[in-house]
Design a protein around this ligand. Structure first.
Ligand code: NDP
Length: 288
């Protein structure tokens, strides 16, 4: 049974999430369940702000003794300028999703890429040497690509509606030991290409408003090709529903949320995150 949250006392340390909106966020639920499990005197709260006040809001962390925070849409890029030190990962991704203090300096980190790779690993897929298709080239695709390349993926194609954006992403993150290419969305029905993929990641919000997914020939992918949608909703997203109907294995975005949160939790508390408890708070189970 999940432990009851501890009462907030005069000693309680505060962690939060900056975003606009934040009322939909599952992070408070996930982190508070973890604090309760480890009996840590912490509380995680929503910190809704707007772009005009963001700088002041982040600065107030020090004044108020807020020990750490996550940053979500639409402020992940803005937060780059507000940290006193950036980790190499945050610099490479060009966005911050986690703020914490180290030696009194406010550090900006990004745990989205590692969260994605850890979510894959939890489902038995190691990114090393894998051949991947990423659909989309926005902020989340940047984090996913960085995580995959750090983990040794061999061949990654980024297909996007706006080709120039995919090309820019490939240029920014390319490295000598992995092949990264940009492509148009018509690659999504290219049999010869799709049959080579071991992982397909949807980094677009397409389908979330009830529309059908893009023109994508899931049947051309190998039977064990993992389909990962960064988005999640109450029902499987159209992308995952399509993959599941063709018996391809699927993972939804809550697993990435879980593992990016677990990495941030370590920075906030210095403790290893109780991942199974956090998963339960998100309504998911760890496989196996
Ligand atoms: P961005 O706005 O930065 O990027 C959106 C991408 O989707 C762009 O590549 C855009 O293409 C593409 N796109 C949007 N609409 C269409 C369309 N109708 N047809 C084709 N392509 C389209 O968004 P993010 O990268 O921040 O987020 C993407 C998704 O990932 C969201 O659903 C978000 O909620 C989810 N997400 C989940 C996380 C998690 O932890 N699970 C973390 C972060 C994001 P173009 O460049 O041509 O405009």
């Amino acid at each position: 049974m999940a432990k009851k949250p501890a009462a907030v006392e005069g000693t309680t340390k505060v962690v939060g999430i900056f975003g606009d909106p934040v009322d939909h966020s599952l992070s408070p639920r996930m982190h508070n369940a973890a604090f309760a499990e480890l009996e840590l005197d912490y509380v995680y709260v929503p910190l809704r702000t707007n772009r005009r006040n963001l700088k002041e809001a982040v600065r107030s962390m020090r004044a108020l003794g807020i020990v750490g925070a996550n940053v979500t849409v639409p402020f992940k890029r803005d937060a780059l300028k507000l940290a006193q030190r950036l980790t190499p990962t945050a610099k490479a991704i060009g966005a911050v999703n986690t703020l914490y203090f180290d030696d009194k300096r406010l550090v900006g980190d990004n745990t989205d890429g590692v969260g994605f790779v850890d979510a894959l690993a939890a489902h038995g897929l190691r990114a090393r040497k894998k051949r991947v298709l990423i659909i989309g080239a926005g902020g989340s695709a940047r984090a996913v690509l960085h995580g995959l390349l750090e983990a040794g993926a061999a061949d990654v194609v980024v297909a996007n509606r706006t080709l120039s954006r995919a090309a820019q992403l490939a240029r920014d993150l390319s490295r000598r030991d992995s092949q990264v290419r940009a492509a148009r969305l018509d690659l999504l029905d290219d049999f010869d290409f799709l049959e080579t993929r071991q992982l397909v990641v949807n980094c677009t919000p397409v389908g979330l408003k009830g529309e059908t997914f893009l023109d994508y020939d899931v049947d051309s992918t190998p039977k064990d090709c993992l389909h990962f949608d960064l988005a999640y909703a109450e029902k499987p997203t159209p992308f995952l529903a399509m993959a599941a109907s063709r018996k391809r294995p699927t993972v939804d975005g809550r697993y990435m949320l879980l593992f990016q949160g677990a990495a941030a939790f370590k920075s906030f508390t210095g403790r290893r995150a109780p991942v199974a408890v956090m998963a339960k708070a998100l309504g998911i189970k760890l496989p196996g």
